[in-house]
Design a protein around this ligand. Structure first.
Ligand SMILES: [Zn+2]
Length: 427
């Protein structure tokens, strides 16, 4: 995304500029350093949290940690509780997935990933990489459909060739016992179902296309506990109007012993939310937010926004009581500014953040885009809550892979974004 021109933005003179700058200055005298956010990120990304997924109770460990942080800061429970939980089916990779091309051992996360919906399999197979020029040839089709049905060959679906992908799947997909997808990048996620055995490989793996391959994968479609953790700066009742600051703490867990640290996604947003919780419980605040602030840490986001959906269906907080919801995800960037998802609809919130940013010159740009089901604000926005999702731009490029680790992040903009958010909440 192109960088927005600083100078033209900041040359714009707004009525009340100095007043905004003044009130904001007072509000933001607290620094994120008041909370050990770096330590929180390291803790959330540590091997002990197992990638905050469903293997080794990683997500539960993270939820317990967040609960104890909120209690320690002196936040209040809601309806006597600091959390809620649901149960959902998730395809879970408790044991290591082994993939060999000939005698070469391929490494999970580095050379390949099982597809999230990958089914159980143990055995050998060869690769069938269809010749695009033969796809319409009936004899070619029949020959390979039979071979695929025998299970001796698996279908190669090369996503690098744009048009052929759909054609290949349409022609041979139903007959294939297993699928090998070639992709430019290994990107993991969760599935709530189990299909055929399927693996995703980088293009370099195709150098072994003539070899006999071996796969051992034993994922299980299991009921997993998904927890949301929450607390409020003040005791609230069923009629209290509130501001919600939310972030998902879950990530992609592990595949056997390989884990996904999820530093930018979303230990960064979780730590930002913890830092804000610490700030808004301070006794010496000069400018208070207009309503009690409720902090919610969602689970199950990576499995399809499951925790936040359950929250909107629960009676924890009547949705009509939520004045504003600010969802934070991917907070480790900022050099290219901040994106507000659903800012196109929530124009007042968008204009407010732009106004504060223009007055404080915090980040290079504030941009907006339409609502999308890409984080936990989604179900709230769909149900009429003024909800926006903020993510930083110009951050690390690792995404849903084993490389999204804290030591690779610079967090140069973290404090700045933090002070901007404090201003945004109190204005
Ligand atoms: Zn994610």
């Amino acid at each position: 995304m192109a960088k927005q021109q600083y100078c033209t933005r900041y040359l714009t003179i707004y009525i009340g500029f100095s007043l905004i700058a003044f009130t904001f200055g007072l509000a933001s005298n607290a620094k994120a350093q008041n909370y050990a956010w770096r330590k929180a990120i390291d803790t959330l990304c540590s091997p002990a949290m197992h990638g905050r997924g469903y293997t080794n109770n990683g997500a539960d460990k993270a939820a317990n940690y967040l609960k104890s942080e909120l209690i320690q800061m002196g936040l209040f429970p809601i309806k006597g509780k600091y959390g809620m939980q649901i149960s959902e089916l998730i395809n879970t990779f408790d044991s290591t997935v082994i993939l060999k091309a000939g005698k070469v051992n391929l490494e999970v996360g580095v050379h390949f990933l099982p597809d999230p919906a990958c089914g159980k399999f143990e055995g050998t197979f060869k690769l069938f990489n269809p010749d695009p020029s033969q796809l319409e040839n009936p004899r070619y089709q029949t020959k390979w459909k039979n071979r695929l049905q025998s299970g001796k060959y698996w279908l190669v679906v090369d996503t690098l060739g744009k048009e052929t992908k759909t054609k290949v799947l349409q022609t041979f997909g139903a007959n294939a016992a297993g699928i090998v997808t070639v992709a430019k990048k290994l990107t993991h996620s969760f599935a709530q179902e189990q299909g055929k055995p399927e693996i995703i490989v980088l293009p370099t793996a195709m150098q072994y296309r003539s070899k006999k391959w071996y796969l051992k994968a034993a994922p299980e479609l299991k009921a997993q506990v998904i927890q949301n953790v929450f607390a409020s700066t003040k005791p609230i009742t069923d009629t209290s109007k509130v501001i919600l600051i939310t972030a998902h703490y879950d990530h992609l867990g592990e595949i056997g012993k390989t884990y996904f640290p999820g530093a930018n996604d979303n230990a960064s947003g979780t730590a930002m939310t913890l830092a804000l919780a610490k700030h808004f419980t301070s006794k010496s605040l000069i400018k208070l937010p207009p309503y009690p602030v409720v902090f919610v840490f969602f689970g199950g986001e990576e499995a399809g926004l499951l925790g936040s959906k359950a929250f909107t269906l629960s009676d924890i907080i009547p949705l009509g009581n939520i004045k504003t919801l600010i969802n934070l995800d991917l907070m480790a960037g900022g050099s290219e500014g901040i994106m507000m998802v659903n800012g196109d609809t929530e124009k007042e919130l968008f204009n407010k953040l732009v106004r504060i940013n223009n007055a404080t010159k915090t980040v290079p740009a504030i941009k907006s885009r339409p609502n999308a089901p890409n984080s936990d604000h989604y179900w709230f926005a769909k149900n009429g809550v003024p909800a926006v999702f903020l993510y930083t731009m110009g951050g690390p490029t690792a995404y849903h892979d084993i490389y999204d680790s804290p030591e690779k992040l610079s967090f140069t903009w973290f404090e700045k974004v933090y002070s901007l958010l404090v201003g945004f909440v109190v204005e």
